[in-house]
Design a protein around this ligand. Sequence first.
Ligand code: PRX
Length: 645
Amino acid sequence: MSPRPDPRPAAGGPPAEAAKAAPRPGERTAADRLAFWSRQAEELHWETRWSEVLDWSAAPFARWFTGGRLNVAYNCVDRHVEAGHGDQVAFHWEGEPGDTRTITYADLRREVCRTANALLSLGLRAGDRVAIQLPMIPEAVFAMLACARLGLPHSVVFGGFSPAALQSRIEDAGARLLITSDGQYRRGRAEPMKANTDEATRHAPSIEHVLVVRRTATEVPWTEGRDLWWHDLVDTQPDEHRPEAFDAEHPLFILYTSGTTGRPKGILHTSGGYLTQTAYTHRAVFDLDPDTDVYWCTADIGWITGHSYIVYGPLANRTTSVLYEGTPTTPHEGRHFEVIEKYGVSVYYTAPTLIRTFMKWGEQLPARYDLSSIGMLGSVGEPINPEAWRWYRKHIGGDRVPIVDTWWQTETGAVMIAPLPGAAPAKPGSAQAPLPGVSAKVVDDQGREVGRGESGYLVLDQPWPAMLRGIWGDEDRYRETYWARFAHRGHYFAGDGARYDEDGDIWLLGRVDDVMNVSGHRISTAEVESALVSHPSVAEAAVVGASDPTTGQAIVAFVILRAGATDGDAAEVTAALREHVAREIGPIAKPGRILVVPELPKTRSGKIMRRLLRDVAENREAGDVTTLADASVMDLITAGLTGRP
Ligand code: PRX
């Protein structure tokens, strides 16, 4: 594929797609925004048109496209086949060991129909929940789309989560079916998966069946009558299935994410609004041409980025995508560049943590590959520092392609803030401006908009189609978490700090709550703390995210050990604690460092002052200690740490 010209000249008109999508002159009011989203929804196939674009009368519970009926999977698959694009590749799948599979839209339709028929044969009916824990294999996409086709909300759980984490998610959602695999390839090794999911389902009585994909030919424990092989059940099903239309507000999926407490939140997304905004943003932000582009989003399907920008958005737009199973280092560090060269990837969407890892490996690595197909680069998951932005553009983008820094969240469902190609000159490190149809502001403590050059909290002051519809089973927590902070203004509080520059462009500054961002993964300090204190050696724990040059933040834990726990080797105890956290939550939550301390800094009301611990973790002089109940605690902590690595 030939390289595209930079569609974002500093001056000059926007490219066709962005121009089509851009708001019409004067489109600033709420009514204009609704008209804009109405036009975007028309790009989808609706069995019944909506009667009202937005019903906000039960705010903060939104209803978009009320009265409308559609089938999400039909929109992502069948309609492209019916329009004559059955032979177009939907996915170039690349397995970690080097096996490949090419899946056209016609193939995808057949696989999704078979999977849907299989789920029906198990007695599942619209509204039943299905848990999915799978590696990045095509069956993960088939499973999600089959659920969408039947109106079964799916709950995809990242493959790296522990049995305990999977169990709590299954229980919270009350899933009837779990779809998993025998094993998964991780860094060249086949690791067990089914053995872990069995541990999770042992205490999850809602699960009636476990559907198992054979991926690694690993030996698996088997429960007769409950467990079913995918190749036995799915591959023998009829190729045809007639999709039924569901209400625009029918639940599409639940996706668990970390908040400020120890218990993950089941973020609920529904159908019509979600698909409208994921499809629109994917088309407009990446300036995507379905006939020529090869798109690759490197996220895992277990995260929102995988849901919105590997599955729903790209497929609704009839995109040809790369789906890659493995880690970027397997079998060698040039793997991503090799894949870009092999498939002529033109749009590459990844996270700053990986870009910084590439930087560490050195520019000679991408230089060995032909990356001239790249025409657009994307970034997501955390603020991208200008140095990484420039390196990305120079060494992956040949110093000629635009980079879109996309800000959004599991809760927003789709991109909210990003520089639209062609709309403005690029600013390295800034997500810049809300997309058309989206309204975001930076406000002070009172919810008043701050001025140019000032910082504050990022809020979304108008509802948007892909917004979460709540937290599964917990209305109060939904109101409390997102809407209580600026209730008097009706703003959604994102939990991020942000700043306006002198042009009024938005710069994201990271989380302002107790949520950490480690390699683009959201992990709450409370979650890791509660895992640590569940270990018999730990009396108390406090966790902070400390700046890290590669992962953005690294998890640093301060623990007070119980009497007797220090008798052994301290290094052994901390190693055991790291393993314990990996078992409780998953390897992504393993603290990088665990520091054993005699006390924790607390206010008079007993609240741990993480700010001071962050100072210690980042090797700074501790800041203001006047609000501590006992100011000498910091001396005790730092004295105890002196001489430690
Ligand atoms: O802090 C922001 C950061 O990631 C958080 C959302 O995490 P999650 O729900 O896991 O979704 C990640 C993928 C969308 C946000 O609150 N974040 C995400 N994208 C950016 C970002 N921070 C700065 N710039 C971004 N582009």
